[in-house]
Design a protein around this ligand. Structure first.
Ligand code: ADP
Ligand code: ADP
Length: 228
């Protein structure tokens, strides 16, 4: 079963803009999907719909493997990573990563273990007690990835996560992300303008066009470049 299933999804805003037209896509466990296309092609709209943050105007979205709340509404198990790491400056790295667990009411010991495990994954366990201002841009981004992973989401949604970083840091983070994905088998939907990133990182590229936002190609790309 797919983790997410979109069928004929369209989104028309009240001003008449068709942000997304007739998108059909299943997302399966372990896929690293890039959504590649120009500004305004509906990439953010797709992410919001996948996250359950906006209903389609027509068509259906389903999360076949997710639980439901008391009223029967699906609870997509999804985390976001944004371009801006949005860490709380007054809280340590540990506290920043721990916050999503506190909101879920997980026990103290379990939360501690999970935070350290997430920081371990991104190579920042030693920086648990540091404050965000003490970290480089790339390290802040890695904290923000740890914070997204700490709830063990089924899908990680990344909205142009590295666009604000300098090119060398960006290249390093691309490699880090790729290694983490290969090691832990996450399912990722990665929004980018960069053909380079989409080809280097993903095993599936969904190419989109604007006005109206729509899918023009959906292809498998299995590691065309050798990886060390
Ligand atoms: P992308 O993320 O690819 O840049 P978006 O999903 O943000 O594209 O937007 C797709 C289209 O929908 C754009 O033309 C955008 O201007 C329009 N749009 C996005 N949000 C709204 C909104 N709340 N009201 C009206 N139009 C919107
Ligand atoms: P960026 O990803 O922004 O390029 P780096 O990962 O190069 O940042 O980290 C910036 C500095 O922090 C470097 O001096 C690096 O050696 C140090 N650093 C980064 N990660 C760790 C780590 N896990 N343990 C020790 N030092 C680290």
């Amino acid at each position: 079963r797919p983790l997410v299933s979109l069928s004929g999804v369209s989104k028309v805003f009240s001003n008449g803009t068709t942000a997304l037209q007739n998108m059909t896509m299943d997302i399966r466990q372990g896929e690293f999907i890039s959504l590649l296309g120009p500004s305004g092609c509906g990439k953010s709209t797709v992410l919001r719909i996948i996250a359950g943050l906006g209903d389609p105007s027509s068509g259906t979205i389903d999360w076949p493997t997710s639980g439901h709340d008391a009223s029967g509404k699906a609870l997509p198990e999804i985390s976001f990573v944004f371009q801006e790491p949005t860490l709380m400056p007054w809280a340590t790295v540990f506290k920043n990563v721990w916050l999503p667990l506190r909101l879920k009411g997980i026990s103290k010991q379990e939360a501690h273990d999970r935070v350290m495990e997430a920081l371990e994954m991104v190579g920042l366990a030693k920086f648990a007690d540091a404050y965000p201002r003490e970290l480089s841009g790339g390290m802040k981004m890695r904290v923000s990835i740890a914070r997204a992973l700490v709830t063990r989401p089924k899908i990680l949604l990344m909205d142009e996560p590295f666009a604000a970083l300098d090119e060398i840091t960006r290249f390093k983070l691309n490699n880090d992300l790729l290694h983490l994905w290969e090691k832990f088998g996450w399912t990722v939907v990665f929004v980018t303008h960069s053909v380079f990133e989409s080809v280097y990182l993903s095993n599936r590229i969904v190419v989109m066009a604007a006005r109206p936002g729509r899918v023009v190609n959906d292809m498998r790309v299995d590691a065309p470049y050798p990886r060390e």
